[in-house]
Design a protein around this ligand. Structure first.
Ligand code: PAF
Length: 309
């Protein structure tokens, strides 16, 4: 079935409810994006298609999560290419609303606040970013609730076994802090959705895919590889039960003149609190997340790898 494009919440509710009935579906997946899609997004969409009967992807460049309007204006917009990529993955519906549909009265008065978890790491250099991102994610998760467009003639009865359809939303592990915050919002505020984390997709040379990579020159792109190399080194040390020796990995990144390191640390994947200092001096045990952010030329890049021993 070709992918259908809708631009209003009413159309989305109607079309997704119709599809659930047509397919006698019992599950719906939502893939929130800001467009400028690459293979990382394709993997999110494919995972959603594998796990759900109906899949909605949203494309919305959310002004609330941009600190300055230059960044917002510069954000690449390429709806036709994005639609083609989503159609190839088997996405049923694309919700691409204009700003006035999402924020009809201008910027919302009441918002979600990310709290202390939103102030560290990425939040420290992008004040307000996570409040803006969580506010739109809350709205998108509500727009995507399955079955809400059916006539109010009684409880939704799905094709297989009855009951409410399952609802899942898909986020990339690449944005580890966003993922941790979305999980926290869903649990703290009782959103009726399961959050599914999808692993980062990398180019063959290790660079994590990002919509921002297109702004790197060839030389900067080469220099940026030190980020994934340093993370891989830590992951290998963790797996080999060696001390992580973060300092030596950090020195490796800092020796690259085109890379301005912002942070590089090992944290708890849920709270993003740094793991105890002794994790680095003694053989690593348990679970952790190595996180890194750096400016490479004009571009701020982030990456992370799970550590497990
Ligand atoms: O990760 C993104 O692309 C955005 O932050 C999201 C989740 C679509 C909210 O605007």
């Amino acid at each position: 079935m070709p992918t259908q494009l809708v631009t209003t919440a009413a159309e989305l509710r109607e079309a997704s409810a119709r599809l659930l009935v047509q397919k006698a579906g019992s599950s719906q997946g939502l893939v929130p994006t800001m467009g400028a899609l690459h293979e990382g997004h394709a993997r999110l969409a494919r995972t959603a298609v594998e796990q759900n009967d109906v899949v909605v992807a949203s494309i919305f460049v959310n002004p609330l999560q941009f600190g300055d309007t230059v960044d917002l204006d510069r954000y690449p917009r390429m709806l036709d290419a994005d639609l083609a990529l989503l159609e190839e993955q088997g996405v049923d519906l694309v919700f691409a609303p204009p700003v006035e549909e999402v924020y009809p009265g201008g910027e919302p008065l009441v918002r979600v606040t990310a709290g202390s978890l939103g102030e560290k790491w990425e939040g420290a250099s992008r004040p307000g970013h996570f409040d803006g991102a969580l506010t739109v994610v809350a709205k998108l998760l509500h727009y995507g609730i399955p079955g809400s467009g059916l006539p109010a003639t009684g409880a939704f009865v799905s094709g297989r076994g009855g009951g409410l359809p399952a609802y899942r939303a898909y986020f990339g592990q690449k944005d580890a802090q966003q993922l941790a915050l979305v999980r926290r919002m869903v649990s703290d505020l009782n959103f009726p959705v399961e959050i599914v984390a999808v692993p980062t997709v990398r180019s063959a040379d290790g660079l994590a895919l990002s919509s921002r990579n297109r702004f790197l020159s060839a030389e900067e792109r080469e220099a940026a590889l030190v980020l994934s190399r340093a993370l891989r080194l830590l992951a290998e040390r963790a797996t080999a039960h060696q001390p992580l020796d973060l300092e030596s990995a950090q020195a490796m990144v800092e020796s690259q003149p085109l890379v301005g390191l912002d942070y590089f640390d090992v944290v708890d994947p849920r709270t993003l609190e740094p793991l105890a200092e002794n994790c680095r001096k003694v053989p690593f045990r348990g679970e952790g997340l190595a996180i890194i952010a750096a400016k490479v030329g004009p571009v701020r890049l982030i990456d992370n790898v799970p550590l497990s021993s």
